[in-house]
Design a binder for this molecule. Structure first.
Ligand code: CA
Length: 232
């Protein structure tokens, strides 16, 4: 049974979600403030986190950032209440995997949870026996382990960063426009902007260059001016 942690300070919303998680076959657990939320993530190791933004103790942004910085890549769906928050999350500067805005329907929320968990699992278990490692120079991308390594050093990526890198690596040498990447990696229905792609590329580049520790002069991701990006 998948364990889902909801970090939300409004008791009504929390209870509604918990109830629906249970009826949909999930193990729902909850925290009512940011500090407790972080503690629960460490203690309970949930499969997915539903994260409210305005929280007492510690904001959803800070929690998300903190978890990513410590190398935790549990899928996170942010719960937003205001337009400004949506804008911020759309940039996904914090390493969230998806968002849903209040007020939301329970059905929509369940669909999001299912989709995020499925995307996460597809990268984790489809392949089995076949060799599913893509190598580019010192970089190795392993789909079944959802793992990226540079010279045996593990690079921790969020789900979206991983999917983006994998997609481009599978089509190595091809130049993708931001729109193409948004459609292929985020999906046609995603209400996002092309700058979402730029933000993810920037994060990916930083992680890849931090990971190669200056051993690698060449960038893995190349910007093609006026067009988009490709993997060298
Ligand atoms: Ca709140």
């Amino acid at each position: 049974m998948k364990k889902i942690l909801i970090i939300e300070d409004e008791p009504n919303i929390r209870e509604l979600i918990l109830y629906n998680l249970k009826t949909n076959g999930y193990d729902g657990i909850d925290a009512e403030d940011g500090i407790m939320g972080i503690t629960m993530v460490h203690r309970e190791r949930p499969d997915l986190i539903l994260l409210d933004i305005m929280l007492p103790g510690k904001s959803g942004y800070d929690i998300c950032k903190e978890l990513r910085e410590e190398g935790n890549n549990t899928p996170i769906i942010m719960i937003t209440a205001k337009t400004e928050e949506i804008d911020k999350v759309l940039g996904l500067e914090f390493g969230a995997d998806d968002y849903i805005s209040k007020p939301f329907g329970v059905r929509e929320l369940m669909a999001r949870i299912k989709a995020v968990l499925r995307r996460y699992e597809v990268t984790a278990d489809v392949q089995g026996a076949k060799d599913d490692t893509i190598s580019i120079g010192d970089l190795r991308i392993n789909s079944s382990h959802h793992e990226v390594m540079i010279c045996d050093k593990r690079i921790v990526l969020t789900l979206k960063e991983f999917e983006l890198l994998k997609y481009m690596a599978e089509n190595r040498g091809m130049v993708f426009t931001r729109e193409q990447l948004l459609n292929s990696v985020w999906g046609i229905d995603y209400v996002g902007e092309t700058r979402t792609v730029d933000v993810h590329i920037r994060h990916l580049r930083k992680k890849l260059s931090d990971g190669s520790e200056g051993n690698n002069e060449e960038e893995y991701i190349v910007t093609i001016r006026g067009k988009g990006y490709k993997i060298r």
